[in-house]
Design a protein around this ligand. Structure first.
Ligand SMILES: O=P(O)(O)OC[C@H]1O[C@H](OP(=O)(O)OP(=O)(O)O)[C@H](O)[C@@H]1O
Ligand SMILES: O=c1cc[nH]c(=O)[nH]1
Ligand SMILES: [Mg+2]
Length: 209
């Protein structure tokens, strides 16, 4: 079973509280989502492989380290995942970015895939799939299916708020995928919203409702 980690760093928790507030407007919401993504990227990238390298400092040769091996692809699940991309790229600027378009039918809660565009060497990359919300898990599961179908095998899922139902569903469907979340909330309501959650992440990021 992959790792499941609630990232309870005080800065992450504080910023998450700010965006849960219904009075947090679009501009602040967008900025803080990116800030949390940056903080989460620090931990999510912890096991990136290092290799030895000698570097000439102004006074001597340092036997130092640099990141080696697998390159990174950041893959947001549209729309809301886009809100986390820049925050991750702040730490890993050389990452390539793929996109998976997915919307949840508001009645059935079933996910529907409408767009997939990935780096051509996705199978060689460490993939960070980002989406602020893991509710029923349907969208994340379908995104993992889409990635694996195209050869990706080294995948981590990074979200801000998750529901127990979605965590279980994603772990059952893709036990190899590590899950990082800033909060594990209580439950889903009858409309499939995370309680207490933060509402509709896409609408709050883009000001569409
Ligand atoms: O775990 P699930 O039950 O699948 O729900 C989570 C999904 O719902 C939201 O997207 P939405 O469908 O609202 O699309 P949007 O990002 O375009 O608003 C959210 O960003 C996730 O992708
Ligand atoms: O609470 C939820 C559930 C799914 N998608 C959201 O944006 N919010
Ligand atoms: Mg939405």
């Amino acid at each position: 079973m992959g790792k499941f980690q609630v990232m309870d760093h005080p800065l992450i928790q504080h910023k998450l509280t700010m965006i849960r507030n219904k009075d947090c407007g679009t501009k602040d919401f967008r900025q803080i989502v990116n800030e949390i993504a940056t903080l989460m990227a620090f931990e999510v990238s912890r096991d990136m492989p290092l290799e030895d390298v000698d570097v000439q400092t102004p006074v001597a040769v340092a036997h130092a380290k640099q990141i080696s091996g697998k390159k990174v692809a950041v893959v947001p699940i549209l729309r809301a995942g886009i809100g986390m991309v820049d925050g991750i790229l702040d730490l890993i600027p050389a990452a390539k970015v793929g996109h998976i378009g997915m919307y949840r039918d508001e009645e059935t809660l079933e996910p529907h895939e409408y767009f997939v565009k990935l780096p051509s060497d996705i199978e060689q990359r460490q993939v960070f799939v980002v989406d602020p919300m893991l509710a029923t898990g349907g969208s994340a599961i379908m995104a993992m299916d889409a990635l694996k179908k195209r050869g990706a095998s080294n995948i981590k899922f990074v979200c801000l708020v998750s529901a127990p139902e979605g965590v279980k569903a994603l772990q059952d469907a893709h036990p190899d995928v590590d899950i990082y979340t800033a909060a594990l909330d209580d439950h889903l309501n009858e409309d499939g919203y995370i309680i207490p959650g933060l509402g509709d992440a896409g609408d709050r990021l883009f000001g569409t409702k």
